[in-house]
Design a protein around this ligand. Structure first.
Ligand code: MG
Length: 203
């Protein structure tokens, strides 16, 4: 499986990082070794001094598809989860400055934690649902899918022009404003609406 991540999909987050708003979905990949599931612990890597959480709605692909039309995209997923796109912001800033790829800042081992729970898509209003992240019991991120620049279905249509989607692939759909650093001992809890989806302690 592979992990496809969308960048700058919420205007408030693009602005907080001083990025332009995208004209089409910006995506990058994380390998399967980035996935962290069935663990409630994340070990802070020593190659970064500024590791940021980015809480994101995640879509699990359940059919193989290529060149998927937007109007059929919802046939390619059933389950919605919540994940963190961990980002070594210091390394990413350096890569951006030099015009280099982001992989070492984004695709490292365990950089894509995902909660154990997935919700069936028909139990949610995908175009208008909220999600939030708490760090040490304080709410640090709040997002609403109505503020996505590109909808889940338009992301699937766009990305599948270039890359075949396969069963089990995960799409991290972008983060809202409020990203920030984590340090050893921090405790993260994420919700979709009122459902606890994800819990992680930084070690
Ligand atoms: Mg992200």
């Amino acid at each position: 499986m592979k992990i496809i991540c969308i960048g700058r999909n919420y205007a408030d987050h693009a602005i907080e990082l001083k990025n332009d708003l995208p004209e089409y979905p910006l995506f990058f990949l994380k390998p399967d070794t980035a996935l962290l599931n069935k663990s409630k612990e994340f070990y802070l890597p020593d190659f970064t001094k500024n590791l940021h959480y980015e809480c994101e709605i995640v879509v699990r692909i359940n059919r193989v598809g290529k060149n998927i039309q937007e109007k059929f995209a919802s046939n390619y997923y059933n389950e919605i989860g919540l994940g963190i796109d961990f980002t070594a912001r210091d390394l990413q800033d350096e890569c951006k400055q030099k015009g280099l790829p982001w992989e070492k800042a984004k695709a490292f081992d365990n950089s894509a934690p995902i909660g154990d729970y997935f919700i069936q898509k028909n139990e949610l209003d995908l175009s208008n649902m909220s999600f939030r992240l708490f760090k040490n019991d304080k709410q640090v991120q709040f997002g609403e899918t109505k503020n996505m620049i590109f909808s889940i279905d338009s992301i699937i249509a766009y990305v599948s022009q270039f890359i075949t989607l396969k069963v089990g692939d995960l799409i991290y759909t972008g983060t809202p404003a409020g990203v920030g650093p984590v340090n050893i001992g921090d405790h993260l809890i994420g919700y979709i609406e009122d459902k606890k989806m994800l819990e992680l302690t930084i070690k």
